[in-house]
Design a protein around this ligand. Structure first.
Ligand code: NAD
Length: 416
């Protein structure tokens, strides 16, 4: 795993794209930094009567293309630099799928696993009391992220509406359906990833109906990818899946629905009938057509990249591939669908939620799927065309698409 500061990595990635694009120095410098950031000290009454002081952040990285958008993370090791990096990545993510939003991110240093529901609610409301005046559908729209849930979003929306004195459900997305959530949010990340696997396979003349696939990480993104891969592509053989405790493999294929049921009931993949054990390292090097890393960052490195045999690697996880590994995979001919493109389905449906809230009319599930497919397919095409034109690996090509769009918006506004 990389030990570099995540914000330094984000800046280096931008630098490479900026040089390739020939950005002028003012635009380049502008895009290297958050445009605005807030640091909060939040007093919260705990169940035992004591007051605890929490630290929180909100970074509004760039709003040239529209209001900033990005999740709120609750994590004991949260730092401002992690939030800055994630806010930068949100800026490139909303741009690559061409939705009219900028990028942002928030965080609170806390351990929600040690907090009661009442304490979580008071912390959620305290955060909104601190940041609320900087939020809104025309300013900055948060969403769930690591250890934050639809319920937490509902408390935050309620606090915001109470302070403002009017209904404003679009201030936050990822809400439960009864208070303005969108159909189709639950599986949107995996669904968006599978849509672009379909496009990549077509570009590479791979027959997806017969393709084999493997999934590292079997949480929200991984479980939905397991079933949606076959549903959307009309076939395929799930060879293996792993979670933090190891996983299962079968060369004749595993039944994805049964595997998800087994995981939900037993809490693990191991012990699934007909599955031979496979480790988290082995699954990455498996002979298969499509590999979905859907767990952690930094798993594909200079050490194992040359052993990856998949034809397509669809990064549902954030940051699974190190920069050195990217170059090796490109030279080897592994077709990488980079994280901020591959997992952009979630923010795209969050944007649809915001749109539905704003005009107070709600779409059917079919409408959500249709619009998501269109957005992901168009995004894939832009990245594909850029990579053909510039002959660079897909991550750099995706950066070039995103950064050029944000740079153009900055220029048109007269900022640079
Ligand atoms: P999750 O917590 O639901 O699932 C994570 C899974 O990874 C679990 O099955 C866990 O057991 C497994 N895991 C943990 N350590 C592992 C290890 N060492 N090896 C293999 N598996 C391991 O998380 P999620 O929401 O599915 O997110 C997974 C990844 O996708 C993250 O990188 C996340 O940032 C990214 N992502 C998710 C969404 C989303 O909408 N869920 C959106 C964008 C990006």
């Amino acid at each position: 795993m990389s030990t570099l500061n995540p914000f330094t990595i984000a800046q280096q990635q931008l630098d490479e794209a900026a040089v390739r694009l020939g950005l002028d120095s003012a635009t380049h410098e502008l895009l290297r930094w958050p445009m605005r950031e807030y640091h909060f000290t939040l007093p919260v009454k705990m169940d035992n009567g004591a007051t605890r002081i929490f630290k929180g952040f909100r970074v509004q990285y760039n709003n040239a293309r529209g209001p900033t958008k990005g999740g709120i993370r609750w994590h004991p090791e949260e730092t401002i630099d992690t939030v800055r990096a994630l806010a930068a990545w949100m800026t490139w993510k909303t741009s690559v799928v061409d939705i009219p939003l900028g990028g942002g991110k928030g965080g609170i240093v806390c351990n929600p696993k040690e907090m009661s529901n009442g304490e979580k609610e008071r912390l959620a409301r305290a955060y909104i009391r601190a940041v609320g005046r900087e939020l809104g559908v025309h300013r900055d729209v948060p969403a769930p992220d690591v250890y934050t849930t639809p319920q937490i979003m509902a408390w935050m929306m309620d606090e915001y509406e109470t302070i403002m004195g009017y209904s404003h459900p679009g201030v936050i997305t990822g809400k439960p359906l009864p208070v303005g959530g969108s159909e189709g949010r639950g599986d949107a990340t995996a669904r968006g990833g599978v849509y672009i696997v379909r496009e990549a396979a077509q570009a590479m003349n791979i027959n997806v109906k017969n393709a084999s696939y493997a999934i590292q990480g079997f949480g929200n993104a991984g479980q939905f990818a397991a079933t949606l891969h076959q549903e959307i592509l009309g076939g395929g053989t799930l060879l293996a899946a792993t979670d933090s405790r190891g996983g299962v493999f079968n060369s004749s294929g595993l039944d994805p629905q049964a595997l998800v049921k087994h995981k939900l009931e037993s809490g693990a993949l191991t012990g699934f009938p007909g599955g031979k054990p496979i480790s988290n390292e082995e699954i990455l090097e498996l002979q298969c057509d499509v590999l979905y890393p859907a767990a952690l960052e930094g798993v594909v490195t200079a050490k194992n990249a040359s052993n990856i045999k998949a034809k397509i690697m669809c990064e549902l996880a954030n940051g699974p591939t190190t920069p050195e590994a990217d170059k090796i995979l490109y030279e080897k001919g592994v077709y990488v669908l980079p994280d901020f493109l591959a997992n952009a389905g979630g923010v795209t449906v969050s944007y649809f939620e915001q749109v539905q809230n704003t005009y107070n009319y709600y779409w059917s599930l079919e409408d959500v799927h249709k619009q998501l497919d269109r957005k992901m397919t168009d995004a894939f095409k832009s990245v594909y065309d850029m990579s053909k034109k510039t002959r660079v690996h897909n991550r750099l090509s995706a950066y070039m698409v995103s950064v050029s769009r944000v740079a153009e918006a900055c220029k048109i506004r007269g900022w640079v």
